[in-house]
Write a protein that binds this ligand. Structure first.
Ligand code: HEC
Length: 192
């Protein structure tokens, strides 16, 4: 993987990883970043505002049921509203919903994001080209709110939530996170 110097013109805070040797034109890259950033924001806003609403009205259990039943369908709904050839999802190396498991190329990116997080050089985003027409925009997701730890932190197995988690996600690995940990990424796939 090679880091492209043009990225420094766009933002000092971002790294560009390219699978192919083809150099992406700067305008094209700008367009990918714009689309990626906007689409990731729509998903995060949609999920975040709904999570907050359900936490207020139904507490942790209400919010858990919301996430378990609605996070995935809501993500599909967001995708329907995006322009053609663009789709968004969440991935993690330690995922809860197996539908959010990363693909092989995405595992490699999450691993490099983890390494960058460990050395305090986490970029705001990464763009990777997967074939002639397809780009993936990755936005790292860091645990920045204590509220996230209610369902992704240390959870007692015999608590109400612990039991619900065990029943719904027997293979759950999305726990024992701490503040400021890298949780995963939002991936926007752009096919042009
Ligand atoms: C009330 C419980 C709850 C809270 C609070 C919560 N989550 Fe989750 N989270 C879940 C559940 C349940 C899933 C699986 C949902 C699905 O089907 O996508 C999930 C899935 C995820 C995923 C997708 C990857 C995976 O593990 O399946 C990410 C990323 C994530 N959460 C990040 C966060 C962040 C960041 C916060 C804080 C802003 C947060 N969560 C707060 C319950 C919660």
């Amino acid at each position: 993987m090679k880091l492209l110097p043009t990225i420094t013109l766009l933002t000092l805070n971002a790294a560009l990883l390219l699978a192919s040797s083809e150099v992406i034109k700067e305008e094209k890259l700008e367009q990918i970043v714009k689309t990626g950033d906007a689409s990731a924001k729509v998903l995060l806003k949609t999920l975040g505002s709904n999570l907050e609403k359900h936490m207020k009205s139904g507490g942790v259990m209400g919010a858990f049921n919301f996430c378990a039943d609605e996070a995935y369908p809501l993500t599909e709904g967001v995708n329907k509203g995006l322009e053609k050839g663009v789709s968004v999802k969440r991935i993690s190396l330690k995922y809860r919903n197996p539908a959010n498991a990363p693909k092989a190329d995405e595992i490699a990116v999450l691993e490099s994001l983890n390494a960058m997080k460990a050395s305090n050089t986490l970029p705001a985003y990464i763009v990777k080209q997967t074939d002639d027409k397809t780009f993936k925009y990755y936005k790292p997701l860091v645990i920045e709110k204590e509220a996230c730890l209610k369902c992704h932190g240390k959870i007692m197995k015999d608590s109400e939530l612990g039991k619900a988690l065990g029943a719904r996600y027997p293979l759950d690995t999305a726990i024992n996170y701490e503040m400021n940990d890298l949780r995963g990424a939002v991936v926007v796939t752009i096919t042009k």
